[in-house]
Design a protein around this ligand. Structure first.
Ligand code: ADP
Ligand code: MG
Length: 321
C-alpha cells in the first residue's frame, strides 16, 4: 500500500476504535485466516458472579452427624451447610485477586456471610487456592488441585458436571479441620460469566468469511464447550484447561500447519500468546501488558471490532459510516 493509503487506513481504524501498531500490521491483518479468542473477558464479559453453592453429604460414614468425641461432646465439626461451604470458600479466597475469587467473596458478603482473612494463603495459578483459616486448612479449586492433595473428588462429580454443562465454572471446596491431616470434600461453588451480546455475531461473520475460529481457555472442557456452543464455535476448535504459560504454545499449535492466526485477548495471561500469534490483538480495557504485546488494540470491548480491523486492512471499511 502507498503511504497515503496506510495513513487513511490508520485514520479510519482509529475513528472506529481500531488501533494498528504500524503500517505493516495494517497490511498483515488482511492475511489472517484464523482467529483465536480467549474466552474470559474477550468472548464473555469477564464479570463473574456467584451462582451456586452445593453442600455435599458427609462421605465418611456419618462422622459429622452421628459421632461424638472421646469426651462425650459433639465433634467440633460443623455440619456442612451451604452457608458453611460458602463461608469457608470465601474466607480462603479473600486473599486472591482472581475474578473467580472476587465473585465468591462478593457473593458471600451479599448473602450476609462473615468473610475472614486467611492466616496463610497460597495461590496456585490455573488451579485454585490453598489457605489456612480459623476453620482449618482449605482448598478451593479445580479437580486437579484437589486430586494433587489426595482428595477423592468423585462425590462431587454429579454437581460439577451439572454446573459445567450450564457453562459455569464450578470449584471444589475441601477442608482439613483444625488438628486433622486429611481434607474432606465439603461442597462446590460455581461462578458464571455472561457471553457478550455481539460474540455470536462476530463468530458467525468471521466463519462466513472462511476464517477458522478458535477458543482458548484455562477453564475446563465442559464449561468451555458450553460457552463455545453459545457463541457458535466448533467444539473441535476449543482448547480448554490451557495453563497460562501454555497459551502461547497453543497458538503455535494452531499455526503449525501454516495458519496465520490473530489472537484476541484481554488478560495478563495472554501477553505471550498475543506476541506469538501472526497478529496479536488486545481487546477493550485490556491490561497494559496485553496492549504492549499486541499489534492491534480494539478500544471498545466488542468482538465485532475484529471484523472492523479486517475490513480496514482490506480497505473495505469506508470513511463514511
Ligand atoms: P482463565 O483462563 O479462565 O483465566 P485460569 O487459568 O486463571 O482461568 O484458571 C483455570 C482454572 O483454575 C479455573 O477455571 C478454576 O477452575 C481454577 N482456578 C483458578 N484460580 C482460582 C481461584 N482463585 N479459586 C478457585 N479456582 C481457581
Ligand atoms: Mg484469565
Amino acid at each position: 500500500a502507498t503511504p497515503a493509503a496506510t495513513m487513511v487506513g490508520t485514520a479510519i481504524g482509529a475513528r472506529n476504535g481500531v488501533l494498528f501498531e504500524g503500517g505493516d500490521i495494517l497490511e498483515r491483518v488482511r492475511d489472517v485466516d484464523a482467529v483465536v479468542f480467549d474466552k474470559t473477558g474477550t468472548l464473555t464479559e469477564g464479570e463473574m458472579e456467584l451462582t451456586d453453592v452445593v453442600a455435599l453429604p458427609a462421605t465418611d460414614g456419618g462422622r459429622v452427624d452421628g459421632d461424638v468425641a472421646a469426651d462425650g461432646g459433639a465433634l467440633a465439626e460443623p455440619e456442612a451447610t451451604e452457608e458453611f461451604v460458602l463461608e469457608v470458600a470465601a474466607s480462603a479466597e479473600s486473599a486472591s485477586e482472581h475474578p473467580l475469587a472476587e465473585a465468591i467473596v462478593e457473593g458471600a458478603r451479599e448473602r450476609g456471610i462473615n468473610v475472614e482473612n486467611p492466616e496463610d494463603f497460597e495461590n496456585v495459578p490455573g488451579h485454585g487456592v490453598k489457605a489456612t483459616t480459623s476453620h482449618g486448612r482449605v482448598l478451593v479449586g479445580n479437580r486437579k488441585l484437589l486430586r494433587e492433595e489426595g482428595v477423592d473428588v468423585d462425590p462431587a462429580a454429579e454437581a460439577m458436571d451439572r454446573l459445567e454443562r450450564e457453562g459455569k465454572t464450578a470449584m471444589l471446596v475441601a477442608l482439613a479441620d483444625e488438628g486433622r491431616d486429611e481434607y474432606r470434600l465439603l461442597g462446590v461453588v460455581a461462578d458464571a460469566d455472561t457471553v457478550k451480546p455481539s460474540a455470536r455475531d462476530a463468530v458467525a461473520a468471521l466463519r462466513e468469511r472462511g476464517v477458522d475460529v478458535w477458543m482458548i481457555t484455562g477453564d475446563n472442557e465442559r464449561t468451555a464447550t458450553a460457552v463455545a456452543e453459545e457463541v457458535g464455535i466448533d467444539p473441535d476448535n476449543v482448547m480448554a484447561s490451557v495453563l497460562p504459560e501454555d497459551k502461547a504454545e497453543a497458538v503455535e499449535d494452531i499455526q503449525s500447519d501454516g495458519r496465520r492466526a490473530m489472537m484476541v485477548g484481554d488478560g495478563v495471561n495472554d501477553a505471550p500468546a498475543l506476541a506469538t500469534a501472526f497478529v496479536g490483538c488486545a481487546i477493550g480495557s485490556g491490561t497494559d501488558v496485553a496492549i504492549e504485546a499486541s499489534d492491534v488494540t480494539l478500544m471498545r470491548d466488542d468482538p465485532l471490532d475484529v471484523l472492523k480491523a479486517i475490513r480496514v486492512s482490506e480497505g473495505t471499511l469506508s470513511k463514511i459510516k
